[in-house]
Design a binder for this molecule. Structure first.
Ligand code: PEP
Ligand code: MG
Length: 747
């Protein structure tokens, strides 16, 4: 031994390591381990509970409780003291278990004889795999040292579980990361994909959690930390004079890399017998567990920094490297906790699908995934810890479901669904050139939403009659610095060239809220969706607005041009913006630039207030487009980004449809062209009802045009109007059930 005398915990870890190296089968190993721990900690009981499924813990081995209870005693997450440890991810240490909060008596175990209880979570990288418990008759609280020692043992158990050391009979002991799992999340981009896992940040596998020689491990750790520090300093050097926010992140990295507390805790773990990498991972695991509980966004960011730094350190220590996008598996499905739009664009269309542990439906990455038409599921808990590089995976972007390492029956059903979908696509291709005229003769114009050059080929393939919404901010969002006017001119020119004689509605910069430009000073706002965003920023930062208007005018270079201002909440905002357009035109004229042959300037109606604007406003605008995503969130006061409330209110709610109807009527009076460009325009049933309410232009994702057109061609809007009117008359909250029922019998 390097230290001469061997501490009790090091002795225990050494014996665990021998156990790991032994030939024993999983159950035998677990039994021996409980015996070893009880003996070492001098407690009468040691038990290991592991998850049988996501919600059920099972007693898998025990020393001291009734052996008959093994594989019989089960509890749900949160149930009893063991369930409490698993749910909270926190230690429970009590001298009097029966009187502790949440205690549940399990008669088959014979545990009533034991008064004191210490339970620690068996966690790996924030994922709780089970609970390690020691109990004794004597009514006493376990000491801080004992708790700490048991945490270290739990960490080793987690690593052993990861390495398959407990694999054997019984479902609870089947190998980790080999079972098939179905995980659910939020659908963010429709479509189905089958392929193989590609971890954006591959997990590092620690194969040597326990080490013999603490001196050597301390040295390895300190060398690795030094390498890490040098690396961070180098990154800082390169970034000097560059982007301020990036610098701040790097400064925070440096602070952590130099943190004495971090280093000290890892050294303590090593002294107890952990290897350097296991010590890093233990810290990382605890930071991840904290991340799940911290709500403060600043603290969460810092914990995420620490997590990232730990990953780097683990890569240095284990030599297991980064991905660099080199060896993508066939049909890669990208798995990440989160990903920025820039990184996603780098992968580009090589990806077959994307699954994010965090992410959100309105995030930039989502917008990019949509533009590239890559099926995407967000908010898929545990995916980064469950998935291993190369795993077979099925992504159902329509329903937000992910099948990891699926069973054959699931694969067959999934492939059948994909085949059906392909058939439908063929059907849609056959009506691509057919004008959208309903059975009762209403002509509906179906146009598409776009935001990147990559979207434009869809103009031809989808049958879209034009671009009803070009989100110009995407080109600002995917860059590290403000684009130059000349670059914008070129981009807009390419868009207009690609569109040919089809109309493109350019929406001016819609930043703020969730769309934060990395190079613009970030303003902390309590409610960013209600804050300084879109036209409000444009009117306060005229320079940026003018630059964009100039770029648009120059790109048009004599061709017709359509400009739309986002998030207009009152008439004067539009008037001021239009004044700015006129001023820019005058200036361009003086400079000798060719002016557009025809110019239309419109407003997005995204706040209820604009629906009640003076009638004169409706006469002044050249057109109005309803931004249903935002309008709906303000109409129902339900954050479009918040999964808890996002789906609570139906677009086919009578109140919302009545409001839409009112806008249609007001536009009819002033003969103002009206369109709808929120996500709902691309959902067939919603699109049908919007058309029935009088909407004649619908702008949607290109992939939605086929399904929407197919339904509209078969429908009679007069009939739909009647169904809606009857449902309203009956006082129903939403017309959806009535419309769906009618559709089932009609088409
Ligand atoms: C909308 O709000 O409906 C809209 C189209 O704009 P965005 O989704 O870009 O906010
Ligand atoms: Mg909007």
């Amino acid at each position: 031994m390097a230290d001469g005398t061997e501490t009790e915990s090091r002795k225990l870890l050494r014996r665990l390591r021998e156990e790991m190296a032994s030939e024993a089968a999983g159950q035998e190993r677990l039994d021996r381990i409980t015996h070893l721990i009880a003996d070492s900690i001098r407690s009468e009981v040691c038990s290991i509970y592991l998850f049988r499924d996501q919600d059920t813990l099972e007693l898998c081995a025990t020393e001291g409780l009734s052996p008959e209870a093994v594989h019989k005693t089960r509890m749900r997450m949160g149930e009893g003291l063991v369930g409490r440890v698993a749910k909270s991810g926190k230690v429970v240490n009590t001298a009097n278990a029966p009187s502790a909060k949440g205690f549940r008596y399990m008669p088959e175990t014979g545990e009533e004889r034991f008064s004191s209880f210490l339970g620690v979570p068996v966690q790996r990288l924030g994922e709780t795999l089970g609970v390690l418990v020691v109990q004794s008759r004597e009514a006493r609280e376990f000491t801080a040292d004992e708790v700490y020692a048991l945490e270290v043992v739990a960490m080793v158990l987690a690593e052993m579980a990861e390495l398959g050391a407990f694999v054997g009979e019984g479902a609870a002991l089947s190998p980790l990361h080999q079972q098939s799992v179905q995980l659910s999340g939020g659908p963010a981009q429709e479509g189905s994909a089958e392929g193989h896992v590609w971890l954006h940040e591959p997990r590092v596998v620690v194969t040597n959690p326990i080490a013999e020689d603490p001196h050597r491990e301390r040295e390895r750790l300190s060398d690795a930390v030094e390498e890490l520090r040098v690396g961070v300093d180098k990154m800082l050097e390169i970034s000097q004079g560059g982007d301020k926010e990036q610098l701040q992140v790097l400064e925070a990295y440096r602070m952590f890399a130099n943190s004495k507390g971090w280093m000290r805790r890892m050294e303590e773990d090593i002294a107890l017998g952990l290897s350097a990498e296991a010590a890093v991972e233990k810290e990382q695991s605890q930071a991840r567990a904290r991340m799940g509980q911290v709500t403060d966004p600043y603290l969460r960011e810092r914990l995420a920094d620490l997590d990232d730094l730990s990953n780097r350190l683990l890569r240095i220590l284990t030599g297991q490297g980064g991905t660099n996008g080199k060896d993508l598996p066939p049909d890669p499905i990208l798995i990440a906790r989160n990903i920025g739009p820039g990184d996603l664009l780098e992968y580009g269309r090589s990806l077959k699908g994307i699954v994010l542990e965090e992410g959100s439906v309105g995030s930039h990455a989502t917008i990019v995934a949509r533009a590239l038409a890559i099926p995407l599921v967000v908010h898929v808990g545990r995916i980064t810890t469950e998935a291993l590089n190369g795993d077979h995976i099925l992504v159902d972007g329509d329903n937000g479901v992910v099948h990891l390492r699926p069973e054959d029956t699931v694969v067959t059903a999934f492939r059948d669904k994909v085949a059906m979908h392909a058939k439908a696509q063929e059907r849609y291709a056959s009506i691509r050139e057919t004008p959208t005229v309903t059975q009762d003769g209403a002509r509906i114009s179906l146009v598409m939403n776009a935001g990147l050059m990559a979207d434009l080929p869809s103009l031809g393939t989808s049958g879209a009659e034009g671009v009803g919404l070009f989100r110009t901010e995407l080109q600002f969002l995917v860059r590290n610095q403000m684009p130059k006017r000349s670059e914008l001119v070129m981009q807009y020119q390419r868009v207009l060239d690609a569109a040919g004689d089809k109309r493109v509605v350019f929406r001016t910069l819609d930043i703020g809220s969730d769309k934060v430009l990395p190079y613009m000073k970030h303003v902390d706002e309590p409610n960013p969706a209600l804050g300084w965003r879109a036209i409000r920023v444009g009117l306060d930062k005229r320079g940026v607005m003018r630059m964009q208007l100039q770029a648009l005018l120059r790109a048009a270079n004599g061709r017709p041009l359509t400009i739309m201002f986002p998030f207009v909440a009152q008439a004067d905002e539009f008037r001021e913006a239009r004044w700015e357009v006129n001023k820019t035109i005058e200036r361009e004229k003086k400079l000798g630039h060719v002016l557009p042959e025809k110019l239309e300037v419109g407003a997005m109606l995204e706040t209820p207030s604009l629906g009640f604007a003076p009638q004169k406003f409706f006469e002044e605008v050249d057109f109005i487009s309803i931004g249903g995503n935002d309008l709906k969130q303000f109409f129902f006061a339900a954050d479009r980004e918040n999964e808890l409330v996002r789906r609570r209110y139906d677009t086919l709610n009578v109140s919302f449809l009545s409001f839409i109807e009112r806008i249609v009527e007001r536009c009819e009076i002033s003969k103002t062209p009206l369109s709808f460009c929120g996500e709902d325009a691309g959902r067939p049933v919603e699109a049908l009802c919007l058309a029935a309410m009088g909407m004649r232009t619908l702008s949607m994702r290109p992939a939605s045009i086929g399904p929407v057109k197919s339904l509209l061609l078969r429908s009679n809007l007069q009939d739909v109007r009647k169904i809606i009117a009857d449902s309203r008359h009956r006082g129903e909250q939403s017309v959806r059930p009535a419309v769906m029922d009618w559709l089932r019998h009609q088409v």
